[in-house]
Design a protein around this ligand. Structure first.
Ligand SMILES: Nc1ncnc2c1ncn2[C@@H]1O[C@H](COP(=O)(O)OP(=O)(O)OP(=O)(O)O)[C@@H](O)[C@H]1O
Length: 261
């Protein structure tokens, strides 16, 4: 299978400090990839590299047949950022945020016509948010915001989706709705690159690949491969299945007993 997402010898930095070094990985259409690693490992940066949003990048980055360079986002990618990092003070409605999915290559269509308006409405129906269309985005709950960001991405109709912790902090039923949507995309042949802090083996096994990042690609493979080869433990710097001394409550970043399979 040929790759629809490709990184070759990629180095990335925002300024002087290298954030990612020598990353090489690829994903095919219909593959779902989990990107895991500790806080500050460069997972979100990796997605931003694929979006052309990191200013200094060396190496080859390709998304949906298009070479990606800083400042030149690929047209074939839909991006769902962490909803908690979205500005909430802007006076924009749910409809406005979803309609941003109509943006193509950095400019608005002159005026959304009936066809575009129908597209926005369809996407909001898909995430069950149409009735909220006139509500301010900032007034929504985290789960509702996430649904709207997914509607925005749906409108792009892109072959590659880049998702930054799409279900973190959401209640179980909302997680299920979003998981179902993402799985449907995969069935339709969309490649999904998803940052996740959820290290539960049952869930990681649903991904075709796990990319283990800690400022570099420590390794990749199926969940069972990266776990068996000790790549997950190397990525997090702690033995898999043991909590470091004094780490109470753990947090999702520390491979916990849940990883002992
Ligand atoms: N816009 C930016 N300018 C400068 N440095 C940045 C910028 N964005 C991120 N960084 C730095 O890059 C490093 C990696 O950050 P990144 O957000 O990619 O990590 P992450 O693995 O996604 O972390 P987390 O799990 O905490 O979300 C961090 O040291 C962060 O401070």
């Amino acid at each position: 299978m040929s790759a629809i997402v490709r990184l070759e010898n990629v180095h990335a930095a925002y300024g002087q400090e290298p954030i990612l070094t020598d990353v090489a990985a690829e994903a095919a259409a219909g593959e779902r990839v989990a990107v895991v690693g500790p806080n500050g490992a460069g997972k979100s940066t990796l997605l931003k590299v694929l979006l052309g949003l990191v200013p200094h990048v060396i190496g080859h980055v390709e998304v949906a047949g298009q070479s990606v360079t800083p400042g030149h986002p690929p047209s074939g990618a839909a991006y769902v950022p962490q909803s908690q990092v979205m500005g909430l003070d802007m006076p924009v409605t749910v409809w406005d945020v979803a309609a941003m999915g109509l943006l193509r290559r950095g400019f608005w269509p002159k005026k959304p016509g009936p066809k575009e308006r129908a597209e926005v409405a369809r996407a909001l129906v898909a995430v069950d948010m149409l009735e909220w269309r006139e509500e301010l985005f900032g007034n929504l709950s985290g789960g509702q915001r996430q649904r709207v960001l997914i509607a925005r991405a749906l409108i792009r109709n892109a072959p590659v989706w880049l998702l930054d912790e799409p279900v973190t902090g959401l209640d179980a039923p909302t997680q299920e709705v979003i998981e179902h949507l993402i799985d449907g995309l995969r069935t339709d042949g969309v490649a999904i690159i998803q940052v996740t802090h959820d290290l539960e083996p049952a869930r990681l096994r649903q991904f075709d690949q796990v990319w283990c990042i800690n400022r570099r690609l420590v390794g990749r493979g199926s969940f069972d491969e990266v776990q068996k080869r000790g790549i997950l433990a190397d990525t997090f710097g702690v033995p898999v299945g043991k909590r470091p001394e004094g780490k109470e409550g753990g947090g999702a970043d520390v491979p916990s007993g849940a990883l002992s399979v």
